[in-house]
Design a protein around this ligand. Structure first.
Ligand code: 6GU
Length: 227
């Protein structure tokens, strides 16, 4: 899979992909993540990528030309299944959408800045709009990093332990159960006896019960939906 991210602040996206699972996924060829500076496509002599909104509204809007030229150049090189615009008024990101994107094809992400991008790009070019929650960030970059991380970590081969991604919170609309490691007793804080029993069937059942109880108390909304 290839993910191309269009931004006016590429520096913001250097470190999120430069370590750990996401770096390893790139090294092993599971994914190619390319961050592009939208200014490189600007035909303006000062490399401008924004302009004043029509209607006498305050703030600046990202113009069509550099973004569309960047997308068209990328599209000449390969096909893309989604052109995603990261925006607070987009669809709120959930694991189901992440799963779907991870088995789809290549993705372009557009990071908005200032007041956002010209509406006509959203109408004619963007295929999916994503928000990562009901709060406002200063740009779409951190949201693009969140979305990319969530997609890449579940790509086949990204996590060494293939079981691991499937047991995440939210994969089955349940939160993850509590988890412990050595020592079994830390200054009187005990690990639950059952986890040390060696009875794998009983442990499995306990973990399911814990996951359910935790979901019921913390996120009851997850239990009474079928989306
Ligand atoms: Cl995708 N962008 C911005 N600027 N703010 C957000 C967001 C996106 N998702 C939540 N807040």
């Amino acid at each position: 899979m290839r993910i191309d991210i269009l931004t006016v602040v590429p520096k913001l996206l250097e470190s999120p992909f430069a370590d750990s699972i996401i770096q390893r996924a790139q090294d092993s060829g599971v994914v190619e993540i390319c961050v592009h500076d939208i200014r490189n496509w600007s035909k303006d002599k000062h490399k401008k990528v924004d302009d004043e909104p029509f209607g006498g509204i305050a703030g600046m809007v990202m113009t069509i030309q550099p973004i569309l030229d960047a997308i068209n150049e990328l599209r000449q090189q390969r096909t893309y299944s989604e052109i995603i615009y990261l925006t607070p008024d987009g669809e709120q990101l959930k694991q189901a959408r992440v799963n779907q994107l991870s088995i789809g094809g290549n993705i372009i992400m557009i990071c908005g800045h200032y007041k956002g991008i010209d509406e006509r790009l959203r109408q004619h070019i963007v295929t999916l709009e994503i928000s990562i929650g009901d709060y406002v960030l200063s740009g779409g970059e951190l949201a693009a990093a969140v979305l990319t991380d969530a997609i890449v970590r579940i790509l086949p081969g990204a996590i060494g332990d293939e079981q691991s991604a499937l047991t995440d919170s939210f994969q089955d609309d349940l939160l993850a159960p509590p988890i412990y490691t050595r020592p079994a007793n830390y200054n009187g804080w005990e690990v639950p006896e059952i986890l040390r029993s060696g009875d794998h069937a009983a442990i499995e059942k306990w973990m399911e019960q814990q996951a359910y109880a935790r979901t019921k108390s913390r996120r009851p909304d997850l239990l009474d939906k079928d989306s």
